[in-house]
Design a protein around this ligand. Structure first.
Ligand SMILES: Cc1cc2nc3c(=O)[nH]c(=O)nc-3n(C[C@H](O)[C@H](O)[C@H](O)COP(=O)(O)O)c2cc1C
Length: 652
C-alpha cells in the first residue's frame, strides 16, 4: 500500500463526513508511541489553518497511521477529504459508549449504596449530593439514548453533551479569549466594536503609540490630506434630499449618518424606541425597515424613513387571491408619519430573497404594525419581488404614484447591485420617462440582516465599493449626478455596508455617496455584543428578540443617549477628515482623496481602481466614457425596444 493510499484510508476511516478538503502535510509518531499524529492543511481556508489529528495507538486505524508515521518523509501534498477536525469529538468521548455508560453507572450505584449503608449518618450531605449526581447521570444518559435526533448523544450518553455544550459556548470563548483585535470576517473586529462602544459612551476615541494596522498590507487604505486643512462646522454638513427635483415639494434635510432599515420584528420594541429617540435627540433619521411604522417609531419621534418591502406592511391588504397588494388609502394614512419613503427592491445580505417572521414571534404590537390578524395562524412571509411593478417603467410609475400620494415627499429606492445591465435598464427608464427617484440607497453585499440563508449572505450581491461606484458612475453618465459638486445632483445617493468609523464614511463618500446609513454599528451603540443570535429570539442584549424577559434589560431612556452620542462622534470624526483634506463640504469629496495599496509597492487612487469613476457628466447619453462602463451600458436594453415590449402607463 502506498503512502497515498494509506493516508486516504486512515482519513476516510476517521468517522467524519466530508465537509472541507484537507491536505496531509506532515505525519509524526509521538515519542511515547501511544499516538501517531497527522497534520492537515485546510484547502478551503484562506488563512491556511493547520489542524492536527492524533490517532490513538490502540485504535483500529493505528497500525496504518503508525506505518505512515514511520515511512513518511514528513511532507506530502496529498489531498484528502475530511470534516473540519475541530468540530469532532475529544478522544475521551470517542472511547466512551453505551456499555461503558452502563458499567460506570452500575459501579457508581454500587458505590453509592455501599457508602450510604456505611456512612449515612456521618456524611449525610455528601451522600445526598452524590446520590443526586448519580440520579442526574442516569436520567441524562437514559434520555440521551432514548432520543433519536442527535446521534452523538445516543452513541455517547452523558459525555456526548459536552460536544453540544462546547459548540454552544464556542462563540463566547472565541470572542473573549481567542479573537485577535483586528481579526477579519467576524463580521466586526474587536477594534471597530471598541470604537463604537467608546463613541456611544461619548468618549472621543483616541489611540496611543500609533496605528496597529499593517501599512504594507494589500488593501491598506489612506486619505490624501492637504497641507492646508480647512475648518468646518459638523452641524452644517446636511444633505437636501429631493432638493433638486421640482416635483419633490417636501425635500428632507438629512444628516450625513442615519439609522439604516431594521424592522420592528427583527428588533425588539424597546430597541426600536431607543433608536428612534436617539435619532430624535441627535437630529438624524431612522429607517423603519420593512416591518412598517410601529407605535415605538411614533413614540420615539425621530424623522422616519419608511421602508416599503415586498409585503407592503402598513400599505397593503390581501387581494382576493390571498396575495398582499399595495393599498393607496393605507399608504396615505401612514405616510403622514414619514419624512421620506424608500421602496426596498433588495438588501445586500439576501438580495432577491424574501423574508419570514415565524408566527411565534408575532406579538400583538408586531401584528398591528404589519396589519396582520392576531393571534397569527401562519408565519409571516415577504416575497422575493414586488407585485406593484414588474419592469423599469412600471417602477417609474410607482415612484410617481407614491410621490403624488405623499404630497411631494422624497421617494427613493434601495437595492444591492446584482446584474449591472439591469440597473442600466432602470436608469434608461428614468431618462426616457423623466421620472426618477429622489434618492437611491445602495446596500453592499457585506450588509447585515436578522436572518438569511448563508449562501445569500456570503455569496450573493455586489459589495458596496463596486456597487456604489458603479451606480454613481451611471447616474453621472446620464447627467443625474454631478461628480464635482454632489449637492447639485438630482438623485441623492445613500450607501450602507459596514459603515462604523469616520474613515468608513469618508471612503463611502469618495466612492460617490452623499449620505451614509448604518445598521449594525447602531446596534453596537445599543450594547450589542455580536453574539450572532439575531435569528434565534435569544439575543442576550434584548435587541433582536421578542422575548420580554430579555428586552426588559434594554432601557430606552438610557440607550437613546448612546445612540445619539455614537452618531455625533462618528460624524465629527468624518468631518475632521474632510478638514484634513481641505474641502469645504461632503459634496466635494472625490475618489482621488483615497488611495489603496493594491500590490507590493503599488498603490492606486479609487479613480484608478474603478475606472468607471472617470466618467464625465452626460457621457453615456452621447455613448462616450470609460470603456468598461460603456460596454455595460450598451449591453443593457435598447430603451425604445424595451418600451415597445411593455405596456407602461408611465411613459410620457
Ligand atoms: C437586524 C437587521 C434587520 C434588517 N432589516 C432590514 C429591513 O427590514 N429592510 C431593509 O431594507 N434592510 C434591512 N436590514 C439591512 C440594513 O438596513 C443594512 O442595509 C445592512 O445591514 C447594511 O448596513 P450595516 O452594514 O451598517 O449593517 C437589516 C439589517 C439588520 C442587521
Amino acid at each position: 500500500m502506498s503512502n497515498f493510499e494509506a493516508k486516504k484510508e486512515i482519513t476516510s476511516k476517521i468517522n467524519y463526513n466530508s465537509k472541507h478538503s484537507f491536505k496531509v502535510v506532515r505525519t509524526r509518531k509521538e515519542k511515547s508511541q501511544t499516538k501517531s499524529c497527522i497534520t492537515f492543511r485546510s484547502c478551503a481556508d484562506i488563512e491556511d489553518e493547520e489542524l492536527s489529528y492524533c490517532v490513538p495507538f490502540n485504535s483500529s486505524i493505528s497500525a496504518k497511521a503508525y506505518e505512515l508515521a514511520n515511512n513518511s518523509n514528513g511532507v506530502d501534498n496529498t489531498e484528502v477529504s475530511l470534516k473540519d477536525v475541530s468540530a469532532g469529538l475529544p478522544d475521551f468521548i470517542e472511547e466512551w459508549n453505551r456499555n461503558k455508560f452502563r458499567k460506570v453507572g452500575y459501579g457508581l450505584t454500587g458505590l453509592t449504596l455501599a457508602s450510604s449503608l456505611n456512612t449515612f449518618m456521618i456524611f449525610e450531605e455528601h451522600t445526598i449530593l452524590f446520590t443526586a449526581g448519580l440520579g442526574f447521570y442516569w436520567v441524562v444518559g437514559l434520555r440521551d439514548m432514548k432520543q433519536k435526533s442527535q446521534t452523538i448523544r445516543r452513541n455517547f450518553p452523558v459525555l456526548g453533551n459536552a460536544r453540544y455544550l462546547l459548540e454552544m459556548i464556542r462563540p463566547e470563548i472565541r470572542q473573549y479569549f481567542v479573537e485577535a483585535d483586528n481579526e477579519k470576517g467576524v463580521p466586526y473586529d474587536r477594534n471597530n466594536r471598541a470604537i463604537a462602544y467608546q463613541r456611544s459612551k461619548g468618549i472621543t476615541a483616541t489611540m496611543a503609540f500609533g496605528s496597529r494596522r499593517d501599512a504594507d498590507a494589500i488593501g491598506y487604505e489612506w486619505i490624501n490630506h492637504s497641507l492646508y486643512p480647512s475648518t468646518l462646522v459638523a452641524q452644517d454638513q446636511r444633505v437636501l434630499v429631493g432638493g433638486n427635483n421640482p416635483e419633490c415639494t417636501q425635500p428632507y434635510s438629512s444628516s450625513l449618518l442615519n439609522i439604516s432599515a431594521m424592522s420592528f420584528g427583527a428588533l425588539s420594541g424597546r430597541a426600536i424606541l431607543a433608536l428612534s429617540a436617539g435619532a430624535k435627540l441627535g437630529g438624524f433619521s431612522h429607517n423603519t425597515g420593512e416591518g412598517g411604522i410601529s407605535e415605538y417609531h411614533k413614540e420615539g419621534k425621530a424623522d422616519i424613513v419608511w421602508n416599503i418591502g415586498t409585503a407592503y406592511f402598513g400599505c397593503g391588504k390581501f387581494s382576493e387571491g390571498g396575495v398582499r397588494v399595495f393599498d393607496p388609502e393605507m399608504f396615505v394614512e401612514n405616510v403622514k408619519h414619514a419624512k421620506m419613503v424608500e421602496i426596498k427592491l433588495s438588501q445586500g445580505a439576501k438580495p432577491a430573497h424574501g423574508g419570514m417572521l415565524p408566527k411565534e414571534k408575532i406579538s400583538p404590537d408586531i401584528a398591528k404594525a404589519r396589519n396582520l390578524d392576531y393571534p397569527c395562524q401562519e408565519d409571516c412571509h415577504s416575497p422575493s419581488k414586488h407585485n406593484a411593478f414588474s419592469n423599469p417603467f412600471e417602477l417609474c410609475e410607482f415612484i410617481q404614484k407614491l410621490r403624488t400620494l405623499s404630497n411631494g415627499k422624497p421617494i427613493g429606492m434601495k437595492l444591492c447591485i446584482g446584474q449591472p445591465e439591469e440597473f442600466c435598464d432602470l436608469v434608461k427608464a428614468f431618462v426616457e420617462t423623466g421620472i426618477h427617484p429622489d434618492f437611491i440607497t445602495v446596500d453592499g453585499g457585506e450588509g447585515g440582516t436578522g436572518a438569511a440563508p448563508p449562501e445569500f449572505s456570503n455569496s450573493v450581491g455586489t459589495p458596496l465599493a463596486e456597487g456604489l461606484s458603479f451606480v454613481h458612475a451611471v447616474l453621472v453618465g446620464v447627467g443625474l449626478r454631478d461628480p464635482q459638486d454632489k449637492s447639485r445632483s438630482k438623485i441623492t445617493l445613500i450607501a450602507s455596508g459596514k459603515v462604523l468609523t469616520g474613515m468608513s464614511m469618508f471612503r463611502t463618500f469618495a466612492l460617490g455617496a452623499d449620505v451614509c446609513n448604518a445598521a449594525r454599528s447602531f446596534l453596537f451603540s445599543l450594547g450589542c455584543i455580536q453574539a450572532l443570535k439575531c435569528a434565534t429570539n435569544t439575543c442576550p442584549t434584548g435587541i433582536t428578540t421578542q422575548d420580554p424577559a430579555l428586552s426588559w434589560g434594554l432601557d430606552p431612556s438610557y440607550k437613546q443617549v448612546r445612540v445619539a452620542n455614537f452618531q455625533r462622534e462618528t460624524v465629527n470624526a468624518c468631518v475632521e477628515l474632510m478638514e484634513a483634506t481641505s474641502i469645504e463640504s461632503w459634496a466635494k469629496i472625490q475618489p482621488r482623496h483615497v488611495t489603496r495599496r493594491v500590490g507590493l509597492g503599488v498603490s492606486k487612487h479609487y479613480v484608478e481602481i474603478w475606472d468607471h469613476l472617470q466618467v464625465e457628466k452626460g457621457d453615456l447619453l452621447q455613448l462616450k466614457g470609460p470603456e468598461s462602463l460603456l460596454k455595460i451600458w450598451k449591453s443593457s436594453y435598447d430603451i425604445s425596444s424595451l418600451a415597445s415590449k411593455i405596456t407602461a402607463k408611465a411613459l410620457r
